[in-house]
Structures are given as structure tokens and as C-alpha cells.
Design a protein around this ligand. Structure first.
Ligand SMILES: [Zn+2]
Length: 212
């Protein structure tokens, strides 16, 4: 199968936790589970409804604060932002609003009402979303199109360990709704394809791009 990011030929291996066939692209290091295991949005919602994200939980707030603390020094003073794929919670948007950024939320399941794609933003954030996407390349492109010139896109998703043995032990792919996995290399290839600047990553799970 061709890589869904860079279109090079992939190799396959089977992850041993659930026995799912995965495709690995040597060129861009993208790993994706075989599309035959992708779930409908209805089945995904049943799982997401089990998530108990309590907005008053100090740990949950601190989790978003770490993301904000990484992103803000790189992005100047954005006036507007979108939290793409926020889930049920608007906590990250609330944190951004508290530092003076007018922030919209969009989530296909819980907050579908905002037609974000007719707007332009200075900053788009997306945390723990990209690993769920069937076609992340298309979503990446569509988000860039919603940025003002020189706007920023900041993504949080766990970077996969490159070695297969480490991947097998990795907790992150065991969630059946986590279907695609990136490394910094994958994101650099995406940045090249869509001619945006790869600004920074934290070596673990956060990456920031700037639109040219
Ligand atoms: Zn690839």
C-alpha cells in the first residue's frame, strides 16, 4: 500500500497487542493501521463518551497548560485561535481566552456547530486529534487553509518510537481509535508538501508549523 502522506511504498508488520496489520513508510516514518480496522464515527463516539475529562481536575488543566507553555513562546501574540477537535471540553479554549486570545472550538462529534472552515485564524491548536484521523494529510491541508498568512498550527500527538520492538510495547497504539502515528520526520515531510515552515517540536508529542 502507498503511504497516505508521501505516496512511497510502505512495508507491513503486525502489532501483537490486537493483531492489527500496520503499514510503515521508511521515507517519512508514518505508521498507519490498516484501513480495514478504522471505525465509524458512531463507534468512535461510544468510546469517547467514556472519557471522563473533568474540567475542574487540576491534572487535566495542567496537561493543557504544558501544551500552552510550549506553544505560546513560538507564536507571538495571536488575536484569534481555533481549538480543532476539542472533544467535549472547552478547557483549552478557556485557557487561551484567559490570555487574551479569542478562541473558537470545533469538534465533529461534540461541537459541530462552528463552521470554522469559512474563517481565518492566527493560531490553530489540535491536541490528541491527529492520531484518530483516517486522512490526516487532508486535514493538515485544510487547517493550513484556515490560517491567516504567517499563522501557526500547533499539534499534540505522541511521536512513535521508531524501532518496531519499542512500537510493540508502546501503550499509545492500543487504543483502537488511535490509528495513525507520526514522528518529527513525518511532520517535516508534511511541511515540505504544503510549503509551510516547521518551527519547532518538543521531541515527544508537540510540534508547531508556520504558514508562509
Ligand atoms: Zn511516507
Amino acid at each position: 500500500m502507498k503511504c497516505h502522506i508521501c505516496n512511497n511504498e510502505t512495508s507491513i508488520f503486525t502489532e501483537t497487542y490486537a493483531g492489527i496489520v500496520c503499514h510503515y513508510c521508511k521515507n517519512c516514518q508514518y505508521i498507519f493501521k490498516d484501513p480495514s480496522c478504522y471505525q465509524s464515527i458512531h463507534a468512535q463516539k461510544e468510546r469517547y463518551d467514556l472519557h471522563t475529562n473533568d474540567e475542574n481536575d487540576d491534572g487535566y488543566r495542567a496537561y493543557f497548560q504544558r501544551f500552552v507553555d510550549f506553544v505560546i513562546p513560538h507564536v507571538g501574540s495571536p488575536k484569534t485561535a481555533l481549538d480543532f477537535g476539542c472533544g467535549r471540553s472547552t478547557l483549552l479554549a478557556d485557557i487561551l481566552k484567559n490570555i487574551g486570545i479569542d478562541t473558537d472550538v470545533y469538534d465533529p462529534i461534540y461541537h459541530p456547530e462552528n463552521r470554522y472552515d469559512s474563517k481565518k485564524y492566527d493560531l490553530i491548536v489540535s491536541t490528541e486529534v491527529f492520531e484518530h484521523l483516517h486522512q490526516p494529510k487532508e486535514v493538515f491541508k485544510s487547517l493550513l487553509a484556515c490560517l491567516n498568512p504567517n499563522g501557526f498550527l500547533a499539534i499534540q500527538t505522541q511521536f512513535h518510537p521508531e524501532e518496531e520492538e519499542a512500537f510493540q510495547k508502546w501503550y499509545y497504539h492500543r487504543d483502537p481509535t488511535h490509528i495513525v502515528f507520526f514522528s518529527p520526520k513525518t511532520f517535516r515531510v508534511l511541511a515540505d508538501i504544503y510549503r509551510c515552515d516547521y518551527l519547532a517540536d518538543n521531541g515527544k508529542n508537540m510540534v508547531i508549523f508556520q504558514k508562509r
